[in-house]
Design a protein around this ligand. Structure first.
Ligand SMILES: *[C@@H]1O[C@H](CO)[C@@H](O)[C@H](O)[C@H]1NC(C)=O
Ligand SMILES: *[C@@H]1O[C@H](CO)[C@@H](O)[C@H](O)[C@H]1NC(C)=O
Length: 374
């Protein structure tokens, strides 16, 4: 048998850890994991009380997971809610054979997006523009503030490292080696379709499992092209993120050459886009995303945050029950979908109106206020 045929005969992988890096199209990946998990009756490692994040920005701890008990460790199939990665703790809640993956975005676009989305964060609240912030970042940025990670090396932070560490070749190498030791695959937001093809190959999933409509994406009216001087300043300011990103962008393409080849990749991407267009015709009113004020069904309304305008979708009217269910899942925003899956997994346990323990009160409140924070 060819290697490829063997892959196709392998059963789909169902134990998965996804590190949901902020502002990197990770809500779209999460929707893919939610759909697959729902369809295959998999369990999720939900934050206690059904929250949206695993006590981010705290480093992950197994006890943040609903139903985890140190005396009778229970394993969950999928861990994908926002967390700050800490592998020894993650290993307590998933199978030892789980597949680990994440996604990185070009730090230049990531910072621009983070600035708009987290405009209220302490580092950004006193400036009017990203340019103003970058003109003297040390004046506005205080590394001891609990929300400072949104303003510098956010990906480095989410992977569990110190975003203010010195930038030396040794340190960068150590970080990259640590990520490579923990993660089986690192995807790239700029090549999202290629990323989904790689993902389906690695997980032995079929094409339909990774077809997607972009979720939690921002209206372009709040986007503007960045001048070169700003681009260079962003790279300098986020040097650790930049080094990580360029390394994994390189190995991403090496992986494609080794496992799939560019020619087959082109065919797979074409098939993915055709299927996506077909589902858009079947499922959506109009062909694409719409502004929040134009979303008719409030259960499909994405959370709005900062000064970004987060787009959503309208479903076509008159779909049969089965199609309506399938289409609805594709466009259900993360918070609503997570809540629905939580209620399915813990039917006796409606999310408490009060935080579970007094000691977690501050965190739980902060989590709820912080919302989704893709
Ligand atoms: C998932 O659970 C439902 C309800 O218990 C069942 O009907 C369905 O066959 C299950 N699906 C899979 C893939 O196990
Ligand atoms: C990422 O890799 C692609 C393909 O090799 C390359 O064209 C692109 O310039 C790279 N991006 C960055 C920011 O290095």
């Amino acid at each position: 048998l060819q290697f490829r045929e063997m892959l196709m005969l392998s059963p789909p992988k169902t134990d998965i850890v996804f590190l949901k890096v902020h502002k990197s199209a990770s809500s779209t990946v999460m929707n893919i994991l939610f759909r697959f998990g729902e369809m295959h009756n998999l369990t999720f490692a939900f934050p206690t009380g059904g929250g949206n994040q695993l006590f981010y920005p705290h480093h992950f701890l197994a006890k943040f997971v609903q139903g985890f008990s140190p005396r009778s460790p229970q394993q969950f199939n999928i861990l994908c809610h926002h967390m700050r990665f800490l592998q020894p703790e993650v290993q307590k809640v998933v199978s030892s054979s789980a597949v680990y993956f994440s996604i990185l975005r070009n730090p230049v676009q990531l910072m621009e997006s983070s600035f708009v989305y987290y405009k209220g964060a302490s580092a950004f609240s006193r400036v009017h523009s990203l340019e103003e912030f970058l003109s003297q970042p040390h004046h506005y940025y205080n590394p001891t503030k609990t929300d400072s990670h949104y303003a510098r090396n956010l990906m480095t932070f989410d992977f569990g490292f110190n975003p203010n560490g010195e930038v030396s070749a040794e340190r960068v190498q150590l970080m990259i080696k640590a990520i490579e030791a923990s993660f089986d695959l690192v995807l790239i937001t700029e090549y999202f379709d290629e990323s989904m093809v790689l993902l389906k190959e690695m997980l032995c999933w079929d094409l339909d499992s990774v077809v997607f409509f972009p979720l939690n994406s921002r209206d372009s009216s709040t986007k503007s092209p960045l001048p070169d001087t700003i681009v260079e300043k962003i790279k300098d300011w986020n040097r650790l993120d930049w080094e990580i990103y360029t390394h994994f962008n390189r190995t991403f393409w090496e992986r494609i050459d080794k496992d799939i080849g560019r020619e087959r990749m082109r065919r797979e991407v074409k098939a993915l886009r055709e299927r996506q267009a077909e589902l858009a015709r079947v499922c959506l009113q109009g062909m694409g995303s719409v502004a929040p004020k134009d979303i008719k069904d409030s259960s499909l309304q994405p959370l709005q945050h900062g000064s970004a305008k987060i787009l959503g979708y309208n479903l076509k009217q008159g779909l049969n029950k089965e199609m309506e269910h399938m289409c609805r899942r594709l466009v259900t925003p993360e918070l609503q979908y997570s809540r629905a899956l939580y209620e399915k997994q813990f039917p006796q346990k409606p999310p408490p109106t009060h935080p579970p323990t007094p000691s977690q009160h501050g965190n739980a409140m902060r989590q709820r206020l912080a919302g989704t924070q893709n």
